[in-house]
Structure formats: structure tokens, C-alpha cells
Design a protein around this ligand. Structure first.
Ligand code: CAA
Ligand code: FAD
Length: 380
């Protein structure tokens, strides 16, 4: 067992850290307050290779491993979790899904532009009546021979307004239940495809979340990913890796909040000494440090499993469950350590606290991660 990161890993981590400080930190409070999408920043992230990190260079990607992706996600999320969810969806749901299961034509047409960040993608599984219960898809894709006709609504879609390419899960053969579901590539601008208003959110407010409406959208058969009926497996296999991305986002939120709290506790004085000298505060810092160390190891273990051809359904779920709880606990304590300053925007930690919550909800709620984990351990 070797816990040492390679020179390349350390370089990527440093590049992401430098980028986050130089390009994401300025304006992060304003983007959060006004719900401004980080357009320019995402473009630069594309130029630096952060939008298609695990994509083969022959399709315009950086050709890196999942460990590099986890390291970069942590650093970006330490500063701006809105930018990191755009990155996560594009990398681990859209690019990875297309690279793993798309046809050569689909890769040439879509992946090459997604991997460079020239365009961004969205992953559309959730519906008003199918969130955790993802097999209950109501969106239909009726087989018309050489094309599908898609009708339905998707909810809470990240990058919903800004994406150009949407991977849409829809039911084709209702009688076959989840085995009748397909995954289709839908482009912005296809007639009958409408984007709903932007959601007003508690956290990750710089990211762009919309409902999507499909009314008789004609989608060519060549836009189907995989065999007929592969759509639900496609979603599950893709989400298994996506959960490593969101676990790393949660890790970054936790470590960002912790670093600010540690610094503040060494500067702020109360009762004649820096507050870190009060044991109640010092022990909070110790608890945060331990949980973050554990979350980081779980994220890297899941990434290692993926990179080494091992099953990562469970290790990814474990990492997401633990890291998202760590993000929540740590950010709440970071606000507490900042006292009244923690409650105002300029100290950043209140934003971390609001951003942390979503990591327990999307890409499978914490309860869903427990379903995945418990089913696997009981089946052993
Ligand atoms: N890999 C491959 N196949 C899988 C799989 C996996 N990881 N997990 C399940 N499957 C397959 C099963 O084998 C089964 O297929 P077979 O019948 O052929 O064996 C099929 O999928 C159905 O599985 P289940 O019977 O286990 O289905 P279920 O109804 O009990 O649900 C679930 C399972 C894990 C709860 C699933 O519905 C789920 O993951 N729900 C959460 C949905 C979710 O994560 N949504 C996230 C949306 S994207 C997002 O949120 C992005 C963002 O915010 C940024
Ligand atoms: P529900 O499924 O209705 O769950 C409600 C509560 O019941 C939860 O606490 C849940 O854990 C619990 N529950 C449900 N079933 C069980 C059970 N069997 N056992 C125990 N507890 C259970 N989706 C996408 O497809 N693409 C995206 O890009 C995307 N981005 C999102 C961005 C944001 C900001 C948000 C808020 C959501 C996003 N989602 C996206 C949707 C997200 O994945 C769902 O909200 C999530 O999967 C939960 O589904 P739900 O909201 O319908 O909750």
C-alpha cells in the first residue's frame, strides 16, 4: 500500500489550488449572492484541462486518472462549490458516460467539444415524480423506427440553462420497466425542447439549475447511448463514478471551511488569548481534522478502485455518504468558530454551510447511499 501521491498528482493539485485562488476566489461572494454562473471561469477551466480530466487525449481530454480528478475537485470546491458542480457533472456524468458507452460518431461529435469545455453538458435523470425512485421514469421516448419522439419533464437539472448537450433518460418500453429505459443525447435548440426558469437555491447558487420540458422532440436513433433498454444501467453505472466527484466536492467544502476556521481561531482573541487556546475550540478543530482526513482517504480509495478496475459502487457510496456528512458538520462548526463573523458573507463560511447541504441530496441522497451500501453488505 502506497499513500504517496505522484509528482504528476501533486502538480495537478497545485494547479487547481492556484487556479481557485487566482480565478475563483475573486467574485465568489457576488456570484453566490446574485446567482451568477461562472461563465469565464468555466471557460478557463476548460483551457486548463479541468473539464475533461479523465477523457482520452484523442477526444480532447487530459487523459488523467480518477485520483487526479479527486484532487482537483477538492481544490476547486475549497473555494467555489458552484464551479465544482459544473465541473463534476461535465467530467464524471457527461464525458465519462459518453466515453464509456458512446459510439465513435457520438464521441467525435460531442465528446471532443465537451472535454475541452468548448460546450458543457447536463445529465437528466430526475423528474417531478422520479428522484430517488429513479426507475419510475415518466418521460417517454417512443420508438418511431429511425428516431424517437420524446415527451416529459426533467427537474433540477444542473447546467440546465447553460448546457448544449443533454443526456436524457426516458422510458421506451413501459412493460419492461427499468429494462425498457433509454439514454438519449438531446441538443439545445431541438424543436420542442424548452428550458424552464432558473431555480432560486439555498446553496451552490452560482450553478445553474432548471427544469426541462420536452414536447414531441424528434431525436435521431443514432443519438441513443448503448443498446435498446440500456438507459437505466447507463444512468446507474455513470452515477457510481459521479458519486466520487460529489464526495470530492463535499471533501473540498469541508476542508475549505476547516482551513478558514483554523486561521480565524489563531487570530481572534477572547478572554486574553487566541480562541484556539480554548479547549472547546481546539477540540472542534481536532474533530474537523479527523473527519476530513477520513473523508479524503475514502475519496481516494474509491478513485483508486475505479482506476484499478475494481468495483466502486460501494466505495463511491461510502465516500459520498461520509464526505457529505463531514461537509455539513465541518461547515456548521466553522460558522460557530467564527462567531458573529461566521454569520456574514465576507467570511465565506456561511456559504460553505449552505453549499454543504446539497451534497447530502444530489447524486443520490444519503438514505440512497445507505441503500446501496446495505444491500451490498447484506448480499456478501
Ligand atoms: N451498476 C449497474 N447496474 C446497476 C447499478 C450499478 N451501480 N445499480 C443498480 N443497477 C441495476 C440493477 O442491477 C438492476 O438491473 P437488473 O434488474 O438487470 O439486475 C436495475 O439497475 C435496477 O436496480 P434496483 O432493483 O436496485 O433498483 P431500485 O429501484 O431498487 O433503485 C437505486 C436502486 C440505487 C435506489 C437507484 O434508483 C438510485 O440510485 N436512485 C438515486 C437516483 C440518483 O442518484 N439520482 C441522481 C440524479 S443526477 C444528479 O443528482 C446530478 C447532480 O445533482 C449534480
Ligand atoms: P425524494 O426521492 O422525493 O426523497 C425525499 C426524501 O425521502 C429524501 O430524504 C430521500 O432520501 C427519502 N427517501 C426516498 N426514498 C427512500 C427510501 N427508499 N428509503 C429511505 N428514504 C427514502 N438530478 C439530475 O438528474 N440531474 C442533475 O443535474 C441534478 N442536479 C440537481 C441539482 C440540485 C441543486 C438539486 C436540488 C437536485 C439535483 N438533481 C439532479 C436532483 C437530485 O438528484 C434529486 O433531488 C435527488 O436524487 C432526490 O430526489 P427527490 O428530490 O425527488 O427526493
Amino acid at each position: 500500500m502506497d499513500f504517496k501521491l505522484t509528482e504528476e498528482h501533486l502538480m495537478i493539485q497545485q494547479a487547481a489550488r492556484d487556479f481557485a485562488q487566482a480565478e475563483l476566489l475573486p467574485g465568489v461572494i457576488e456570484r453566490d449572492e446574485k446567482q451568477i454562473f461562472p461563465t469565464e471561469q468555466i471557460k478557463k477551466m476548460g483551457e486548463l484541462g479541468f473539464m475533461g480530466m479523465m477523457v482520452d487525449p484523442k477526444y480532447g481530454g487530459s487523459g488523467l486518472d480518477t485520483i487526479s480528478y479527486v484532487l482537483a475537485m477538492e481544490e476547486i470546491s475549497k473555494v467555489d462549490a458552484s464551479a465544482s458542480v459544473v465541473m463534476s457533472v461535465n467530467n464524471s456524468l457527461v464525458c465519462w458516460g459518453l466515453q464509456a458507452f458512446g459510439t465513435e460518431e457520438q464521441k467525435q461529435k460531442y465528446l471532443t467539444r465537451l472535454a475541452t469545455g468548448e460546450i458543457i453538458g447536463a445529465f437528466c435523470l430526475s423528474e417531478p415524480e422520479a428522484g430517488s425512485d429513479a426507475t419510475s421514469q415518466k418521460t417517454t421516448a417512443v420508438d418511431m423506427g429511425d428516431h424517437y419522439i420524446v415527451n416529459g419533464t426533467k427537474n433540477w437539472i444542473t447546467n440546465g440553462g447553460t448546457a448544449d448537450v443533454y443526456l436524457v433518460i426516458a422510458q421506451t418500453h413501459v412493460e419492461k420497466k427499468h429494462k425498457g429505459i433509454n439514454a438519449l443525447i438531446i441538443e439545445k435548440g431541438m424543436p420542442g425542447f424548452e428550458v424552464g426558469p432558473k431555480e432560486q437555491k439555498l446553496g451552490i447558487r452560482g450553478s445553474d439549475t432548471h427544469s426541462l420540458m420536452f414536447t414531441d422532440v424528434k431525436v435521431p436513433k443514432e443519438n441513443r447511448i448503448g443498446e435498446d433498454g440500456f438507459g437505466f444501467k447507463f444512468a446507474m453505472k455513470t452515477l457510481a463514478g459521479g458519486r466520487i466527484g460529489i464526495a470530492s466536492q463535499a471533501l473540498g467544502i469541508a476542508s475549505g471551511a476547516y482551513e478558514l476556521a483554523l486561521k480565524y481561531s489563531k487570530e481572534r482573541k477572547a478572554f486574553g488569548t487566541e480562541i484556539c487556546n480554548h479547549q472547546a475550540i481546539a477540540f472542534k478543530l481536532a474533530d474537523m481534522y479527523v473527519a476530513i482526513e477520513a473523508a479524503r482517504h475514502l475519496c481516494l480509495k474509491a478513485a483508486w478502485d475505479k482506476d484499478n478496475g475494481h468495483n466502486y459502487d460501494v466505495s463511491g457510496a461510502v465516500a459520498k455518504l461520509f464526505a457529505s456528512q463531514t461537509a455539513m458538520d465541518t461547515s456548521i462548526e466553522a460558522v460557530q468558530i467564527h462567531g458573529g463573523n461566521g454569520y456574514v458573507k465576507e467570511y465565506h463560511v456561511e456559504r460553505f454551510m449552505r453549499d454543504a447541504k446539497i451534497t447530502q441530496i444530489y447524486e443520490g441522497t444519503s438514505e440512497i447511499q445507505k441503500i446501496v451500501i446495505s444491500r451490498a453488505i447484506i448480499a456478501q
